[in-house]
Write a protein that binds this ligand. Structure first.
Ligand code: PLP
Ligand code: COI
Length: 355
């Protein structure tokens, strides 16, 4: 798609907040990207415009039936001032997989990356530079056909918004406390678990709220059939280090194929560390804990980066992992990944893309 992206600049630029007040996802930049779709025309009118509310008809399909998809990636400020994206082609590919699952028209992946780059370029001054901060990029699609019958929409809006962010979890880089959810489930094979779509997250809020009330940061989901196998955490994929080996649940269709997950597996294997992608029972994790061989657990995600897990609570069992401290592998991965993403380290993988 070689369509020209038009740019309408805002009249007055806002002042980006100070890095101390960033948190995650509450402040947005001066501009956003918008593009429309009609089944007779395909995608049309790609434009960067001043950030503003969208005008939505109350009968728009997504308001009722949740036909939406989204992505999450970040732009990082390098020490020399350059702005870098991390594997945006992977987000483009996953976006199309999600779109395919949700019956939303696919988008040319190269155009997706071009739209992201253009939007970030216009608001480049918003990319923070303090370690641990970045500009979070949220592309999403909503079904906008005005119709209450249940069918795939013939109209969509694709939007990209940008938010300067610091750590995802409010406690910063301190290890998280995770509640293993045994009542509610997130996804089953054949469902939408592998797609990045709003309903997966809406359905997870009940368990997450209950865990938060009990003082936990997130839930760890188990498989939707037997509640036996580990799936993923609310906003992250999960890794365990047991007896020197790294184990992460395999992609069986019910968990999100994380881009950080994929990067971490490649980095670890490059370091000569064995990584097993396979189904893993929570019972196996608990037994390893009891035998003293559960050495580390951590989550991986764009928002969460590498997030050490300090505690896992499963039924009556409280597993304090590595004394509640960040483990060696998680810490080393965090440093290395951030180094790559911010251009501080040489990138042997060709993953970073300059804006
Ligand atoms: N799992 C879920 C449910 C997520 O929302 C995310 C975040 O995007 C991830 C895993 C990690 O994916 P990624 O590393 O691509 O951000
Ligand atoms: C991300 O990490 O990009 C996500 O989309 C997770 C979201 C819950 C913040």
């Amino acid at each position: 798609m070689d369509k020209k992206i038009t740019v309408e600049m805002c009249e007055e630029r806002k002042t980006p907040p100070s890095v101390e007040d960033l948190g995650f996802g509450r402040t947005f930049t001066d501009h956003m990207f918008v593009m429309d779709y009609e089944s007779e025309r395909g995608w049309f009118d790609p434009r960067v415009v001043p950030y503003s509310p969208l005008e939505i008809d109350p009968a728009a399909a997504f308001c009722h039936y949740g036909q939406t998809t989204f992505e999450g990636l970040k732009a990082y400020r390098a020490e020399d001032g350059r702005v870098l994206l991390f594997r945006p082609d992977m987000n483009a590919a996953r976006f199309n997989n999600s779109n395919e699952r949700m019956c939303i028209s696919r988008m040319d992946p190269e155009f997706f990356v071009r739209a992201v780059k253009k939007t970030v370029e216009v608001d480049k001054n918003w990319v923070p530079s303090r370690p641990g901060t970045s500009l979070y990029i949220r592309p999403f699609t909503i079904a906008t056909e005005i119709y209450l019958g249940l069918k795939p929409s013939s109209r969509y809006k694709f939007v990209i918004i940008l938010s300067p962010v610091a750590a995802y979890y409010s406690q910063g880089i301190k290890p998280t406390r995770i509640y293993v959810e045994t009542d509610y489930v997130r996804a089953i094979k054949g469902g939408t678990g592998m797609a990045k779509t709003g309903g997966n997250y809406a359905g997870s809020l009940k368990a997450q709220s209950r865990a938060a009330e009990m003082g936990y940061d997130e839930v760890l989901w188990l498989d939707g059939v037997d509640r036996e196998f580990v799936e993923e955490v609310g906003a992250m994929n999960v890794f365990f280090k047991i007896d020197g080996k790294i184990i992460t649940p395999s992609l069986e269709g019910s968990i999100l194929p994380g881009i950080t997950r994929d990067s971490v597996i490649k980095i670890l294997r490059n370091w000569g560390i064995k990584v097993e992608e396979r189904r893993i029972k929570i019972q196996e994790v608990a037994e390893a804990y009891q035998q003293g061989s559960l050495e580390e657990a951590f989550g991986t995600g764009t928002a969460a980066i590498i997030s050490p897990i300090g505690e896992l609570k499963w039924n009556e069992m409280e597993m304090k992992i590595n004394g509640g401290e960040a483990g060696e592998v998680a810490s080393k991965l965090y440093d290395y990944l951030i180094g790559l993403q911010t251009g501080r380290r040489e990138d042997p993988y060709g993953w970073t893309v300059e804006v």
